[in-house]
Design a protein. Structure first.
Length: 381
């Protein structure tokens, strides 16, 4: 029986850990049952493992061209020819956002009259400028330029897959007219679980069991706005001696420098299994300036953590303030500190909100639903 050829184009890939790589790991294995699947991705290291039974094609990366700490592909004729050849030989193109590989795959997909489906994992023009430490006036100009390109590419797609419904109206308002469909992401609630013993979970990663742990998990980059978290923590440390700041993730030396000389804190670097670190936390903070779904927030909630987050992307749709989590204004370290201080002092409130957070995830977010919906969507092409 003939299997259609599916090309999955992505600008991030394991060993990187982010929302896109989690999505790929959870969806690609089931797609290979139906399609002859090829993944085209940056070659972050010499040996990269394919996902499931998919064929993996890695493109050479540049040490100089980076975004959010990620190496971009080299702007070479060889890379360009590989993308062009793979698109031309495929039946369906499935792109994951719009850095070089995604953008070029859309361009060639349209040129060779292939159906192109793009999952909008992030608001590209927001994230792309927030990774740069440049004046706001320049950011605004750059953001408008990038937005114009991104919207143009979106309108070349056969279908846009969105992580939440509200994003559709936002894109339409900006001039996007391609068909859109909501495809919610999921969480493995059997893996992301609360610990049997919180104190033991802290000891397992060498944190004193009597310390309250405030944590974050994700990429260390400008748009994540970790400065606000560190400012709040440093002020709290003046009053609360037995608190600990746990940062799970990796980033550039410049990004890590904001944590310099902060007492009782740890940056773990890359971790393949983040569950033990969520389990050691008492409170999870997502201070980001831009998100879509924020899988890290969903995973923290699945581990029964009380989350304090900014109102960005899809987060306000699944967190109800003071019911299953808390909100604070972007870049407001004072407001964040006040929320954290209340939670540090109130163990019972943290536990109750954490339980409600996990119940939200169990009821609403399932990878199986995501996989089945994606399969049905691709069957149309």
């Amino acid at each position: 029986m003939y299997k259609k050829k599916l090309l999955v184009a992505t600008d991030t890939y394991p060993p990187k850990i982010d929302g896109v790589t989690r999505f790929l790991k959870k969806t690609i294995p089931s797609l290979t049952e139906e399609y002859e699947t090829t993944i085209i991705a940056p070659g972050f290291r010499e040996e990269q493992e394919p996902i499931g039974k998919a064929r993996l094609v890695c493109l050479k990366t540049s040490e100089k061209l980076k975004m959010a700490g990620y190496s971009s592909i080299r702007p070479s004729l060889k890379n360009l020819k590989k993308i062009k050849m793979l698109v031309k030989g495929s039946d369906i193109i499935f792109t994951q956002d719009l850095a070089a590989i995604g953008a070029l795959s859309i361009y060639y997909g349209k040129k060779y009259k292939k159906p192109v489906i793009t999952y909008v994992h992030q608001i590209t023009w927001e994230q792309a400028v927030d990774v740069f430490s440049i004046p706001n006036s320049i950011k605004n100009i750059l953001s408008k330029f990038i937005r114009k390109i991104v919207l143009h590419l979106y309108n070349k797609c056969s279908l846009l897959l969105l992580p939440y419904k509200k994003l559709a109206s936002e894109l339409v308002a900006k001039g996007v007219y391609s068909p859109m469909k909501v495809l919610h992401l999921g969480v493995d609630t059997e893996r992301f679980i609360p610990p049997e013993n919180k104190e033991k979970a802290k000891e397992n990663i060498n944190i004193p069991p009597d310390y309250k742990v405030i944590g974050y998990c994700g990429r260390l980059s400008n748009e994540k706005n970790l400065e606000t978290l560190t400012e709040a923590y440093k002020e709290m440390k003046k009053t609360y001696k037995k608190i600990f700041l746990l940062i799970v993730g990796s980033g550039t030396e410049a990004e890590k420098s904001i944590f310099k000389d902060i007492p009782h804190m740890k940056i773990t670097g890359f971790r393949k299994d983040v569950v033990p670190y969520y389990q050691a936390m008492d409170i999870f903070v997502m201070p980001s300036l831009t998100e879509t779904t924020s899988l890290a927030t969903l995973e923290a909630m699945s581990c029964s953590l009380t989350v304090v987050a900014t109102k960005v992307g899809y987060i306000p749709d699944y967190i109800q303030d003071r019911v299953n989590g808390f909100f604070f204004p972007k870049r407001n370290s004072f407001a964040l500190r006040k929320k954290l201080e209340v939670l540090i002092k109130n163990n019972l409130q943290r536990q109750e909100i954490g339980k409600l957070a996990r119940n939200t995830i169990i009821k609403r977010f399932s990878w199986e639903k995501t996989r089945q919906s994606l399969k049905k969507t691709l069957e149309r092409f």
